[in-house]
Design a binder for this molecule. Structure first.
Ligand SMILES: Nc1ncnc2c1ncn2[C@@H]1O[C@H](COP(=O)(O)OP(=O)(O)OP(=O)(O)O)[C@@H](O)[C@H]1O
Ligand SMILES: [Mg+2]
Length: 255
């Protein structure tokens, strides 16, 4: 991991207007820094704001207030620069159902202007890693949920991005597949200094994979740190206790 900060948010605010009277504050005063090569886990219960934060950082949503910088550029001013250098594995949809597994990778990489020969080499390697080589010429629409997730993981990686946002990369993926994905992400961080921001509901995955985690609750960042630091700070036996304590308001002894 390097010292260079590649993601920085300051007092980030996102309010969704629903109709005239209802608003949802999805992110509230979120200030966060993530360094190059770091595997950073975003945790939080359903509706906490994890996907919203990722979508702001890749330019799919504009913040209501505060600032966000990715690779030193402001997401509202310089999103083209950022988009060329980051990849997103979305929580939902985003896959090209009518294309085959291989075509999904090649087409996506082509959008980034990567030469076909390079793409074919990378696709071979990635499809091997995620175990879809034999199915590479099948249309994705017939794939199971976990197989689609694997295609999306491979597709995000084919552009060899500086930063990879993965919104629940292992949800629905079987035990062995999830292990493969985790091993791959660890390698990209340690060998290539790629920065990985992932969300997950699997706290074991977080303990194994993430250098640091940020816990969101109702749009607020309620804790940031190394899993072991948080356990110490909150006098908890494990990350699950930290998480439960912070999110339910029970058993938070730290501060
Ligand atoms: N496009 C939208 N329009 C209106 N409200 C939205 C929109 N997107 C998200 N929200 C609201 O913002 C809040 C945060 O949602 P978000 O999807 O970021 O949560 P999350 O932490 O990713 O949850 P999950 O674990 O279920 O994926 C929720 O209250 C949600 O209903
Ligand atoms: Mg989400």
């Amino acid at each position: 991991m390097l010292d260079e900060v590649v993601i920085k948010t300051e007092s980030l605010l996102k309010i969704f207007e629903e109709g005239k009277k209802r608003e949802v504050t999805a992110l509230n005063d979120v200030s966060l820094q993530i360094r190059r090569g770091e595997v950073f886990g975003l945790l939080g219960p359903n509706g906490a704001g994890k996907t919203t934060l990722i979508r702001i950082l890749v330019g799919l949503l504009t913040p209501t207030g505060g600032e966000a910088h990715v690779l030193g550029r402001n997401v509202t001013a310089d999103i083209e620069y950022i988009r060329e250098r980051v990849a997103l594995l979305p929580q939902e949809a985003g896959i090209y159902e009518r294309l085959t597994a291989r075509e999904n990778l090649i087409y996506y990489g082509g959008l980034y202007g990567i030469p076909e020969e390079t793409l074919n080499e990378r696709a071979d390697e990635l499809l091997d890693i995620v175990g879809l080589r034999e199915k590479e010429d099948y249309q994705v629409k017939g794939f199971s949920g976990g197989m689609k997730r694997k295609v999306l993981v491979a597709r995000a990686l084919i552009i060899e991005p500086e930063i990879i946002f993965m919104d629940e990369p292992t949800t629905g993926v079987d035990t062995i597949g999830a292990r493969v994905v985790r091993t791959l992400l660890k390698r990209l961080s340690s060998e290539r200094n790629q920065t990985i921001i992932l969300t997950t509901h699997d706290l074991n995955e977080v303990s194994e994979l993430c250098h640091r985690v940020g816990i969101l609750n109702q749009g607020r960042l309620v804790a940031v740190g190394k899993p072991t630091e948080l356990e110490e700070k909150f006098k908890a036996a494990n990350l699950e206790e930290v998480f439960t304590g912070l999110v339910t308001g029970e058993g938070v002894y730290g501060e």
